[in-house]
Design a protein around this ligand. Structure first.
Ligand code: SF4
Length: 446
């Protein structure tokens, strides 16, 4: 290993206590390197002809919630009335219209659509019908393979669940987080255990091709016993797909605010080692009843049926238009994020400006690294994919990094495929910064 090659173990301290900061890596290069100046180049890019091959997706952000969870690090609004919400939705449509008319996007048909938040299910059925009708009129859903919709169980009723299915949603993602009402309550979550069971029943009878359940390992007051009970209830429910996150405590969460007030450096949640053990336990219990682990965060009941069009397209460099406050986009190799405050976002759109606050035009090398680290989250990286797409031999390019992972018994090459062990998969986000370019090492993720 040469001097400029970062050591995996040094790059990300494997501190076992959960302290404040971001753990989960969702993009590359780090946001810290995005800037307001680059945003102006976006207008030029939008005027260029559309690429014929690159898949396109649309993300619509709904930033409204019933209450703010103590672990939430998103900008959410819990006090908006119907006319304020309508004004926001109108702005989102106007933003999408701007993209749909631009030469770079015009005529392209999205292959996936994603409603995220916040809480998309906070919207009423008439609001949802109008929103999706207007979206379909701008960018046809004729070629859409997957429509994902995030839902908070307590915001659903039977009629709303049926209506969401009728809009064309194929994948309903229920933000369960924990099956215990006390744990939900002390973590500031709005829903309770009985609402989970009801919502799941309605979703099954509505006939969604896929129902996903989100859980968080390591909520405040989580115990071994409660986690085992969570896994038991999860298996009893039998969703098509399970997503489990390990609790992180970024600086803009209620948990961190309280830590600061109390002068605490360590968050009142389980250690990273315990959280990994909990996710590992859940994965092995799910495997015993036939699920397959498909990434560091997901297990699916039937891999032949359960596809992740959104995730796989993004992790293979698809274009994504993200509409709404603070939304992230990636088109033509340029990352950008919208204004993070709702008033500023709406004002910018209403005055016919792109509401972008920061952006970064990536180099081919940065795009390769981005895809490489995102695909590592699947637990396997195919060298042939990268030589075909980037004309780069990743075996040679990242030789010291692969060697270190092999030396630590965390992974090995199997022919053209680099395969991570389960242990590596459970800590995959800590292994990724070693693949970053030197100038991006140690960047703070915000
Ligand atoms: S429901 Fe989700 S977006 Fe809303 S406050 Fe809770 S964690 Fe944040």
């Amino acid at each position: 290993m040469n001097d400029s090659t970062p050591s995996i173990s040094k790059v990300h301290a494997d501190a076992e206590e959960t302290t404040a900061g971001n753990y989960f890596i969702s993009n590359y290069p780090p946001f810290h390197f995005w800037d307001a100046g680059t945003a102006t180049h976006l207008e030029e890019l939008l005027q260029t002809p559309s690429p014929s091959e690159t898949p396109l997706g649309v993300y619509f952000h709904i930033p409204f919630c019933r209450k703010r969870c103590h672990f939430c690090y998103f900008r959410v609004y819990t006090d908006r009335n119907a006319s304020e919400i309508q004004r926001y939705l109108d702005a989102g449509i106007r933003e999408l219209e701007r993209y749909a008319q631009a030469p770079f996007v015009n005529g392209r048909k999205p292959s996936f659509v994603y409603f995220g938040g916040g809480t998309p299910s906070y919207l009423s059925v008439p609001q949802l019908r109008s929103l999706t009708d207007r979206m379909k009129a701008l960018l046809s859903w004729d070629s859409v393979e997957e429509v994902t919709f995030e839902a908070e169980p307590g915001t659903l009723n039977e009629a709303k669940v049926m209506a969401i299915r009728e809009l064309g949603v194929t994948r309903l993602s229920l933000g369960v987080e924990n099956f215990d009402s006390h744990i939900l309550e002390i973590n500031g979550r709005a829903h309770r255990a009985d609402e989970i069971q009801r919502a799941f029943r309605w979703a099954r009878s509505a006939g969604f091709p896929q129902i996903n359940v989100d859980l968080i390992a390591g909520m405040v007051e989580e115990t071994d016993e409660n986690w085992r009970e969570n896994v038991r209830k999860l298996i009893e429910l039998g969703p098509d797909c399970v997503t489990i996150y390990q609790m992180e405590v970024p600086y803009n969460t209620g948990i961190f605010k309280r830590m600061k007030e109390e002068g605490q450096l360590v968050a009142p949640v389980a250690t990273w080692n315990t959280k990994r053990e909990w996710v590992g336990y859940a994965f092995s219990e799910l495997e015993k009843v036939g699920y397959t682990v498909t990434s560091g965060y997901t297990a699916v009941r039937d891999p032949a049926r359960t596809r992740f069009v959104y995730r796989d397209a993004l992790w293979q460099g698809a274009d994504l238009i993200g509409a709404g406050v603070a939304s992230f986009s990636h088109i033509g190799g340029v990352h950008f994020q919208n204004a993070a405050e709702i008033g500023q976002y709406i004002d910018r759109v209403e005055s016919a400006q792109l509401p972008v606050s920061r952006a970064m035009a990536t180099t081919p090398e940065e795009r390769l690294i981005r895809e490489l680290i995102l695909q590592m989250k699947l637990g396997r990286v195919n060298a042939a994919y990268f030589s075909a797409k980037f004309s780069e031999d990743i075996r040679r390019r990242f030789e010291p990094q692969w060697a270190e992972l092999e030396a630590r018994c965390l992974a090995q090459w199997q022919g053209e495929i680099f395969v991570l062990t389960r242990e590596a998969l459970l800590r995959v986000d800590t292994l990724l910064p070693a693949f970053f370019l030197p100038q991006h090492q140690n960047a703070r993720y915000t």
